[in-house]
Ligand binder design. Structure first.
Ligand code: B4P
Length: 195
């Protein structure tokens, strides 16, 4: 019944490689369209702060550039979606799904998404951006070795998700090689049609 509240809300998945610009675009989307932004990376980093055994395990996986267990991410998403349902017109789910199983499970438990924004930048660009961010981010995964592993995980686990939504005609590809405002102008063209 708590999940009933989520009916008729827009659900936008934002998918892209590490450092592709997902978080950057989501900030702009929230400002313009007011969707509720849920970044799985941010939710997981907050969970790590709790200093529990669970948090330690999550931190170890993220440091290895691996995906954390699907159930953990889904619980965090579900909890935060229900919490925000009454005041929200829709959800921007940033960093999810990262593997086929996540896509299927979300649709089964919550609802199908309306569209998937694929924030696409090449590996060299993503690496450069993350190494730049590393100078100030303090993130355990912003270092050369982990970045390589995150890219590998992206190609192996997440690219198939993009293929899945392409087949469902829900995939919208955004060229994220450009500067942030130019990237956002493509995002706007798509979200204006969705409103
Ligand atoms: P995330 O937090 O999602 O990390 P990310 O992929 O690096 O994206 P982020 O949003 O931070 O960076 P952005 O591209 O915006 O995930 C971290 C880890 O959490 C994963 O490796 C995994 O272990 C775990 N995890 C998360 N979700 C999970 C899930 N669903 N299942 C299992 N595990 C999960 O930006 C990067 C940098 O580029 C910034 O410094 C930005 O300023 C810059 N930038 C952005 N756009 C730019 C542009 N157009 N031009 C120039 N610079 C730009």
């Amino acid at each position: 019944p708590a999940l009933d509240k989520l009916k008729n809300k827009k659900i936008i998945f934002v998918v892209g490689g590490p450092g592709s610009g997902k978080g950057t675009q989501c900030e702009r989307i929230v400002q313009r369209y007011g969707y509720t932004h849920l970044s799985t990376g941010d939710l997981l980093r907050a969970a790590v702060q709790s200093k529990t055994e669970r948090g330690e395990q999550l931190n170890a996986l993220m440091t290895e550039g691996k995906l954390v267990p699907m159930e953990v991410v889904l619980d965090l998403l579900k909890e935060n979606m229900i919490k925000n349902a009454d005041k929200s017109k829709g959800f921007l789910i940033d960093g999810y799904p990262r593997e086929i199983a996540q896509a299927k499970k979300f649709e089964e438990l919550i609802a199908p998404c309306d569209i998937v924004l694929y924030i696409n930048a090449n590996d060299a660009t993503m690496t450069k951006r993350l190494l730049h961010r590393a100078q100030t981010s303090g993130r355990v995964d912003d270092n050369e070795e982990t970045i390589k592993k995150r890219l590998k995980t992206f190609h192996k686990e997440t690219i198939p998700v993009l293929d899945l939504y392409e087949k469902k005609n829900k995939l919208e590809e955004i060229d994220s090689e450009l500067e942030p405002d130019a990237v956002f102008s493509q995002v706007r063209d798509i979200l204006d049609k969705l409103a």
